[in-house]
Design a protein around this ligand. Sequence first.
Ligand SMILES: *[C@@H]1O[C@H](CO)[C@@H](O)[C@H](O)[C@H]1NC(C)=O
Ligand SMILES: *[C@@H]1O[C@H](CO)[C@@H](O)[C@H](O)[C@H]1NC(C)=O
Ligand SMILES: *[C@@H]1O[C@H](CO)[C@@H](O)[C@H](O)[C@H]1NC(C)=O
Ligand SMILES: [Zn+2]
Length: 286
Amino acid sequence: MKYYLVFLYIFTASFLFNLTISKQQENLFDQSKRLTHAIIHGEVHGNGTLPIEDKNSYLLVELRLSRDDRPRSIARNKIKFNNNNNNNNNITTQSFTLQFKLKYPLSKISPHNSYILSAKILNNQNKLIYIGDLHVPITERKNEQAKYLVINVIKTPSWYNNIDKLSLLAYKVTQWGGTEEAFTSELYTNKKSGIYTCVVCNSTLFSSKHKYNSGTGWPSFYQVAIEGNVATNIDRKYGMTRTEVHCAKCKAHLGHVFDDGPQPTYMRYCINGVALQFYSDENEMK
Ligand SMILES: *[C@@H]1O[C@H](CO)[C@@H](O)[C@H](O)[C@H]1NC(C)=O
Ligand SMILES: *[C@@H]1O[C@H](CO)[C@@H](O)[C@H](O)[C@H]1NC(C)=O
Ligand SMILES: *[C@@H]1O[C@H](CO)[C@@H](O)[C@H](O)[C@H]1NC(C)=O
Ligand SMILES: [Zn+2]
């Protein structure tokens, strides 16, 4: 299971929405016959129910090519609604299809990466209502056959809009598994009593009670604050096998865990400071 499958399985949707994509029907080669670009032909299908206040919603398809890429818009369409069908405060969409065609350079995608297609529904205030992300592993770049993938779009969780407010570094770290430079986080030397929450969804992750000076340059803890709030995956990037640590609620990447920590757990949660927010106990006592 890929860690990148960030938003697919958390909430259930009352709105069924399929993204069907046919990929790489055309590959483009340079003069020395190296593959340089691919053209994706895509199609998004959907129908469903939205609250009546979101009558002016539109569908947007976006692409990210690499870890550092902010989403780029590749297709956009207003959603049409059926007449005379509003019951309660809901309104039913017509079944819709959005087609797109996109040429993208393969050179910009790193070998450890996947590119990502997202389908989003936004209302007329540009507030995100639904999202589905499709992560296409890079190995499929070799596949020249047309292929169809279907995903369901999930109801957007409340914290999703916080992702856009992150600093670029926090974005790279939490959304793309990046790492801040050692000794750059103020939280590394923070000795105050309090809790550390997720910078994206504010879930409680670590406590000052379990923090220690590891000498590594990253905030380090020998255990998590609340069991179940922190989850792990095996990470085989850069030719190493490490245990990746992420927020169980929003899947934000936090850091890695190693088994060279202090007593009593012998664990070392090596965490990026930009992935955390610190809440001091002192504020509460005032
Ligand atoms: C329709 O609206 C009601 C509230 O008025 C809500 O409980 C229900 O889930 C909605 N149905 C759908 C299919 O979205
Ligand atoms: C709308 O979606 C439902 C599934 O929720 C599906 O059964 C139906 O065929 C769709 N209608 C159209 C016109 O696509
Ligand atoms: C985040 O969590 C902390 C600690 O539980 C809480 O004090 C704070 O109000 C929360 N912040 C937001 C914006 O919810
Ligand atoms: Zn989180």
